[in-house]
Design a protein around this ligand. Structure first.
Ligand code: HEM
Length: 503
């Protein structure tokens, strides 16, 4: 038996080598993307990308810039994907309504097999799911939601007042995460504020989400991993990855809440005084398959997580940059004092949105600290693209990275500097290049809500307070050092520890 096996070994090895050689030759010379420039190693193997994303931990996004400097605006980043860095080509990839746009499978399933709007591959199914959610997040709906937002914002201001009175050090990373999660929790499920009232703002849950995002980067490259993980019982997952425990509990709790609404046990929306997403979604005209428990659980998970962590990241970075730049803080404070003479009173969202300096601060925060740092991938089954003379055949995966556009020195000089004034220069072109929410049919569902939260929270905070940020290190605590889908601070960052000053 052994002698047969040994005799066959050279044949098997030769066959293996011939197969490998053919794959390499195909990828280099015959593949539909063979003509696209890029590092030879990236053309033939995924290992190139894995090295930067997995071995060096979330570094590929930074490396992309040097690849584009070397190979031009259109490059091949792995055997089957193209990356484009051409800010003027952004709408061509992301803002098309005249042809179907799919999401590549590994990006759609980044958080696991995930039948939420954000995790939907197919264009047509995405339209169905997205249309059901759109009405909740229109500008009009968000304006009606302002009183809901004001409740946790007022509690947040009281927490800041208390910290200022006692001199306590506050971690604003968790403060802002709590306030945004309370807002979306109320909108989705008619729940009173919870997190903003907790002494540590519910820190552990937010830290677990950070760990979950790190795992999700692994999942983009090895999509079977999360599929396998979710097929295991929760108890096994909790033992293998303790950080998953809170995430799994959170998911199960969301499922319980949705089912309690469906079963009629949860009628909290009746006294809420505002519409709530999941009570209405359950009564919507979505087809029955779309209303199944797992589908709505995952939709809830996506809206709750996308609807809190992202805005909180912009709030905390903006807070640091404003407080660290006295001239900016003073200018903003002066504008807010004129608009809100009595800080005990709140101004309308519409009035606050008209304040030019506040708007400039928010645009600059979205540019410099846009939370979604990973490349955004799309597929066009029926449309080929032509960029910089390169034909990209229909069906290819095409990526673009908002972070690289926001850091483009040709558009935003000194891109690493927080300069709200650049938005007041009268250069109307700049807005075209602010793509923190992406554009087009798959752009951010919560854009209006996020912008309203940024306006209301920053106006309330900087009308009344300033911060001693001498204990914060920009390099360690604020700037993205690793791209885990959302930008992550350095591993040794304690959060954003500040002293609150009343002004
Ligand atoms: C400053 C805050 C925010 C930023 C910068 C942001 C950014 C983004 C980006 C870039 C995308 C596109 C992702 C992709 O194409 O794969 C996206 C999608 C999404 N965002 Fe946001 N987001 C923010 C806040 C919110 C909020 C408050 C919600 C609450 C509802 C939300 C819910 C979603 C959902 C559900 C999607 C998926 C949309 C779809 O696939 O149709 N986001 N967001």
């Amino acid at each position: 038996m052994w002698s047969y096996t040994l005799a066959l070994l050279p044949y098997a090895t030769s066959l293996g080598l011939i197969f490998l050689g053919s794959v390499l030759l195909h990828r280099l010379y015959l593949h539909p993307l063979a003509h696209i420039p890029g590092p030879p190693l990236a053309k033939v193997t995924y290992l190139f990308e894995w090295y930067y994303d997995l071995v060096l931990s979330g570094q590929f996004t930074f490396h992309l810039k040097s690849l584009h400097d070397k190979y031009g605006p259109v490059i091949r980043i792995n055997p089957n994907e193209v990356h484009i860095h051409d800010p003027d080509f952004y709408d061509e990839v992301n803002n098309q309504t005249n042809s179907p746009t799919d999401k590549p499978a590994q990006v759609a399933e980044v958080f696991g097999p995930y039948p939420a709007t954000i995790g939907t591959q197919s264009h047509d199914l995405h339209r169905i799911r997205r249309s059901a959610l759109n009405p909740f997040f229109s500008k009009k709906s968000v304006v009606q939601l302002v009183p809901v937002m004001q409740c946790p914002i007022q509690i947040m201001c009281q927490r800041l007042r208390d910290a200022s009175a006692t001199g306590a050090v506050l971690n604003v990373k968790y403060l802002f995460a709590a306030v945004t999660l309370d807002i979306i929790n109320d909108y989705c499920f008619a729940r009173d504020p919870v997190y903003i009232l907790q002494p540590d703002f519910g820190r552990k849950g937010f830290d677990d989400v950070d760990s979950f995002l790190q795992v999700s980067l692994l999942n983009i490259h090895l999509p079977w991993l999360m599929r396998f993980t979710y097929s295991l019982p929760d108890s096994v997952n909790k033992t293998l990855a303790p950080a998953m425990a809170d995430i799994l509990d959170f998911r199960r709790d969301l499922s319980r809440q949705v089912e309690a609404i469906r079963g009629g046990q949860d009628r909290s929306h009746e006294g809420a005084g505002h519409r709530t997403v999941f009570h209405e979604l359950l009564e919507s005209k979505l087809p029955p398959d779309e209303l199944k428990p797992d589908r709505l659980r995952d939709e809830a998970f996506s809206v709750m997580t996308a609807g809190s962590g992202t805005t909180a990241m912009v709030l905390r970075s903006a807070t640091y940059h404003i407080a660290a730049n006295p001239a900016i803080q003073q200018k903003l404070h002066a504008e807010l004092c004129a608009a809100i003479p009595d800080p005990a009173q709140t101004s309308s969202l519409t009035d606050l949105e008209q304040l030019p300096y506040l708007a400039a601060v928010i645009n600059e925060a979205l540019r410099l600290c846009g939370p979604v740092t990973h490349r955004i991938g799309r597929q066009f089954p029926g449309r080929s693209l032509c960029c910089a003379g390169y034909l990209i055949p229909a069906g290819s995966t095409v990526n673009m990275t908002p972070y690289l556009i926001h850091m483009d020195e040709g558009i935003f000089p000194a891109p690493q500097e927080f300069r709200p004034a650049r938005w007041l220069s009268g250069d109307k072109r700049l807005k075209k290049y602010l793509v923190a929410f992406n554009r087009g049919p798959r752009s951010c569902l919560g854009l209006n809500l996020a912008r309203a939260e940024l306006v209301l929270v920053l106006a309330a905070v900087f009308r009344q307070f300033n911060f001693d940020v001498s204990g914060v290190s920009r390099k360690r605590d604020i700037d993205m050092t690793r791209d885990y889908i959302l930008g992550a601070a350095a591993p040794n960052s304690p959060g954003i520890l500040v002293k609150v000053l009343e002004c």
